[in-house]
Design a protein around this ligand. Structure first.
Ligand SMILES: [Zn+2]
Length: 587
């Protein structure tokens, strides 16, 4: 037990140091006020793991309601008003003289001055979606001014305020907690499980475990290309590996950990602020969520065990770093977090997980590298070749090709060329290149030779990925060529079906007096709704779009005075299939 006390002490010193170190950063303390009038309670925190990105702000709960007053966090000016049917929805940016910009997302509305200006701009440009950058003197604000109302717009799963602080010059998002907000958190991170990875062909892992105290022991083994998962449990102050009686490994070994943080007893999960991995009490890996970079957000797919995420939905954060990983979240790394284990040695492994308020959890165990390698069944080679991440790869199989530039992969990948010969669907065979569990950092070219594609359908043709759906693309001289940033199964299909426009509360000839909105559902079967346009008596009117509800709606305004009117609504998909609905109504 001696080492545990020792590591506890080391951790305490290390944490106190980084804590003070953080506070010594040039982040202004208590410069920003809370944007709401209620204390901050988090539905999500900075650096939380999300699909293809890290969360870049705080999701502040709004008591389940919309319409709460949103205040300017400090003096400054409105530098951006962005409106989208997805993402941040209605968003507002305020630039402050101290070098930071605050961002407020998923708003239901803006204050009257901003809202009027926005509506004028929307009518002038005949577009709901906007990205306006007002002049410095247009909307100056003072700390505490009501600038907007909280909501649930964009890709929001429930009413809340997304609040973000960015460095104005670089647009890099910074953890708002570094600015001194008081956000109570009394619960340490909860460790669920770890995974152990043999990282080359000379490495292996063997875990011997008993099944809940039953006398017979079982074992799990892994060679290169495989891994083992072991669950953790808490006893007293520390976490231990569940049912494990012996853990052996040799060669280059990596670890990952599945954990969540909780701030109080309401069971809503948030992300773990910091993870430290030590070998024999020496730190070899330390990540903490202080500053992120939008340009690098997709590197999350190599920060986590992407294949595990695809297979089970679980988020395991890797404690070893791929050679192509530029994330700025690793404070210290030794040998990229890879542990070289040599036979005849014992390695004491410890994980320290912290939340921002310095609550921490510890998991420690020993791994031995025996003199004699245990017998481990060889695995079947599941790939045709290994592709280097730092070289381009032009792979052409006759009827399908991909051109992958260098640094699309994060590490060398095991690649299988094709596993569905001759299976027919749509206007090509189904081809398989690599698999969808291999993460890719950016887009690359994919082309498939079309099979019996009639000329009239050439403009409707597209490439579809099994795992990720519609990819688009263009027909070109017998081929359909598109961009993809995923691997796996591909085929050519055509989209000839226009979007549907289903009236929710209107029909031809209806008297709409007494209602304040016209609502339609707009959906598309394949390529997605690209645009829509609504006019009343020939004039464009503002239909707002809520993509998560597939809803477009017009709120009656001065552009539709009482009387008889004709509504024309059109919607087009990404293959330019267009639907038009016409209706007469009174109001
Ligand atoms: Zn958010």
């Amino acid at each position: 037990m001696q080492y545990r006390k020792y590591s506890f002490y080391i951790l305490f010193v290390a944490v106190s140091f980084s804590w003070n170190f953080l506070n010594a950063q040039p982040y202004p303390q208590n410069y920003f006020r809370c944007p709401l009038d209620i204390p901050i309670s988090l539905a999500g925190n900075f650096g939380e793991l999300r699909a293809n990105h890290f969360h870049t702000g705080l999701d502040i709960k709004t008591a389940g309601k919309e319409g709460l007053l949103v205040h300017a966090a400090a003096d400054g000016y409105v530098s951006r008003i962005a409106v989208s049917s997805v993402g941040y929805g209605n968003a507002l940016y305020i630039t402050h003289p101290n070098g930071y910009t605050t961002v407020y997302g998923h708003l239901s509305a803006y204050n009257a001055a901003i809202q009027n200006f926005l509506r004028q701009t929307q009518y002038k440009s005949e577009s709901f979606e906007q990205d306006i950058k007002p002049e410095k003197d247009q909307f100056p604000v003072s700390k505490g001014d009501v600038v907007a109302y909280s909501g649930n717009s964009g890709s929001s799963g429930g009413p809340h305020l997304h609040f973000e602080i960015r460095e104005t010059k670089t647009e890099k998002p910074v953890n708002p907690l570094l600015f001194g907000f008081n956000v109570p958190d009394i619960i340490p991170p909860v460790i669920q499980a770890i995974k152990i990875y043999p990282l080359d062909t000379n490495s292996y892992v063997k875990v011997v475990y008993d099944q809940n105290g039953k006398s017979s022991l079982k074992s799990l083994t892994a060679n290169y290309g495989q891994n083992v998962k072991v669950f953790a449990y808490k006893k007293g102050e520390y976490y231990y590996l569940k049912n494990v009686t012996l853990l052996q490994a040799e060669g280059n070994i990596g670890f990952s950990v599945e954990a969540n943080d909780y701030k109080d007893h309401d069971y809503n999960k948030i992300g773990v602020y910091s993870i430290e991995l030590c070998v024999n009490e020496e730190e070899i890996y330390h990540k903490s969520m202080n500053v992120l970079d939008f340009d690098l957000k997709r590197y999350i797919n190599t920060h986590v065990d992407y294949a595990e995420r695809m297979k089970t939905g679980s988020w395991f954060e890797k404690c070893y770093v791929s050679p192509n990983n530029e994330l700025p979240i690793y404070d210290s790394l030794k040998n990229r977090g890879i542990v070289p284990m040599k036979s005849g040695n014992i390695y004491h492994i410890s994980f320290y997980l912290n939340d921002y308020n310095n609550n921490f959890s510890t998991l420690a165990f020993d791994v031995s590298s025996p003199q004699v390698k245990p017998e481990i069944p060889p695995i079947e080679k599941g790939y045709d070749s290994i592709l280097s991440y730092d070289k381009p790869h032009n792979i052409n199989l006759g009827n399908i090709y991909i051109n992958v530039p260098k640094n699309i992969f994060y590490d060398n990948v095991e690649f299988k060329y094709q596993d569905l010969p001759g299976k027919k669907h749509g206007y090509s065979d189904i081809y398989s290149l690599g698999n969808a569990a291999i993460p890719c950092q950016d887009y690359f070219d994919v082309g498939i030779k079309a099979d019996n594609l009639p000329a009239r359908l050439q403009s409707k043709a597209c490439i579809v990925s099994y795992a990720y759906g519609y990819l688009g693309g263009e027909y070109d001289n017998g081929w359909v060529r598109a961009k993809t940033r995923t691997l796996g199964k591909f085929l050519i299909n055509v989209d000839t079906i226009p979007p549907t426009l289903v009236p929710v509360n209107i029909k031809n000839g209806k008297n709409m007096a007494g209602t304040n909105q016209i609502r339609f559902l707009v959906k598309d079967n394949m390529s997605g709704v690209k645009n829509y346009r609504g006019t009343i008596d020939g004039h464009w009117v503002l239909f707002q779009h809520d993509a998560k509800r597939s809803l477009i709606y017009y709120t009656f305004d001065e552009h539709c005075p009482p009387g008889s009117h004709k509504l024309v609504l059109t919607a087009a998909d990404d293959r330019n299939n267009t639907r038009t609905v016409e209706m007469e109504f009174r109001n």
